[in-house]
Design a protein around this ligand. Structure first.
Ligand code: SR1
Ligand code: MG
Length: 389
């Protein structure tokens, strides 16, 4: 029997990130610059560039705890392997929308990827009011392809079960279950909100209908195994320029309800509608166009690539309608959790205090309305047609 010796895990520094790459054969004879650029909640991210050159490589390393809280919140390193496996699948299914994956080291929880630093995080770009004419088309296509080809419409039962086992991601699913579907709906220690919101939040906590509907959505999150999800598709997980869109950070990937990815991205875009005083039409157009593109492409993929020839168009349409009903529920939960829970969004947090409170109150009411009325609302187009900000 061969015993494989695991190498002891060590967090990289800016200096060791360079030697790490050089040991793998990259930039061996070059002087390199290295900077830690991670601004997310969980990982170290280094950009290593040969001096005098624009493009380098990105090294991402998972830390054994959540950076956003500190060492008191231990976190599995396996999420780096989940992320690298998901990126590999996205490289195959949606190469235009995913960074190229070069290396993965399970022991060190390290992934080496394409340098996308010529792009900007979508959330930041939207806050700076930049325009992205192809955004909705790109996101809609990414969603349709990644979800269709990993669903029972686009893959075989055997491959689907392989996906379920490869993306067994209990720790990160648990974080989402708690932070999205549980903690914001009771007086949890993880919550983080302004005292001016006390009254509205207590209203939500004592709203029995809301509590039941959130419990149903949580159960769907735990039990619906529809497709491989990105699992954390907010505007901080997308890099953009005027004509490029790259989806990053799929460490929360798992096989779950399609409406989860659909609802999360749409909610994170609508924060811009709530926080902007002008130019909201452009964002509303993106949100509507994502729904339209997803629906059209999903049906097109089904017509051309279905592994289930006995399916009917009516069934696909019914299923897609169901995904959007689920999405509106998730959308509502995401609105509430980013206002009450642990992890906030810069779109809202960067507002001046009084305005922020006013906006957050609207978001909380709207979130609860979406969760409770999702079956009646049915889709994003209907939802936005009645939206008054
Ligand atoms: C402890 S992690 C907090 C949040 O950051 C991630 O990006 C996910 O959205 C998670 O819920
Ligand atoms: Mg992330």
């Amino acid at each position: 029997m061969t015993v494989i010796q695991r190498k002891e895990y060590r967090p990289l520094t800016e200096a060791t990130a360079v030697t790490y790459l050089q040991k793998l054969g990259y930039f061996t004879n070059e002087l390199c610059e290295s900077i830690e650029i991670g601004d997310g909640n969980l990982n170290l991210v280094f950009k290593v560039t040969p001096v005098g050159s624009e493009k380098g490589l990105i090294i991402k390393q998972a830390l054994p705890y959540a950076k956003v809280v500190g060492e008191s919140w231990p976190l599995t390193l396996n999420r780096a392997t989940i992320e690298s496996n998901a990126t590999k699948i996205y490289n195959e299914l949606t190469p235009n929308y995913s960074p190229k994956l070069y290396e993965h080291d399970e022991d060190q929880a390290v992934t080496v990827m394409e340098d996308l630093s010529h792009l900007q995080i979508l959330r930041k770009g939207l806050i700076e009011k930049k325009s992205y004419p192809f955004l909705a088309e790109h996101i809609g296509e990414f969603l349709a392809k990644s979800l269709f080809f990993t669903s029972d419409f686009g893959t075989t039962p055997a491959k689907k079960k392989e996906l379920e086992s490869l993306f067994n991601n209990p720790e990160l699913c648990d974080i989402t279950e708690n932070l999205v579907f549980t903690d914001p709906f009771f007086d949890s220690e993880t919550n983080n909100y302004e005292e001016e919101l006390n009254e509205v939040i207590h209203e939500l906590w004592s709203d029995e209908v809301l509590q039941i509907e959130v419990a149903k959505l949580k159960l769907d999150f735990l039990s619906k195994k529809e497709a491989l999800l990105h699992g954390d598709l907010h505007t901080g997980s997308i890099f953009v320029s005027a004509d490029e869109t790259k989806i990053i950070d799929p460490e929360f990937a798992f096989v779950g309800p399609i409406g989860f990815d659909l609802g999360q991205i749409q909610a994170n875009l609508i924060f811009q509608v709530f926080s902007r005083s002008d130019q909201t039409e452009e964002i509303v157009e993106h949100i509507l166009a994502i729904e339209k593109t997803f629906n059209e492409k999903f049906i097109e993929l089904w017509e051309q690539h279905s592994v289930r020839p006995f399916n009917h168009l009516g069934l696909i349409k019914e299923k897609i309608e169901g995904y959007w009903v689920d999405a509106i529920g998730v959308f509502g939960c995401e609105l509430i959790r980013r206002s009450v829970g642990l992890a906030h969004v810069e779109d809202i947090d960067s507002l001046e205090h009084d305005l922020k409170i006013q906006v957050k109150k609207k978001i909380l009411h709207f979130g609860a309305y979406c969760i409770k009325n999702r079956l009646k609302i049915r889709n994003i187009k209907n939802l936005l047609s009645g939206l008054e900000i």
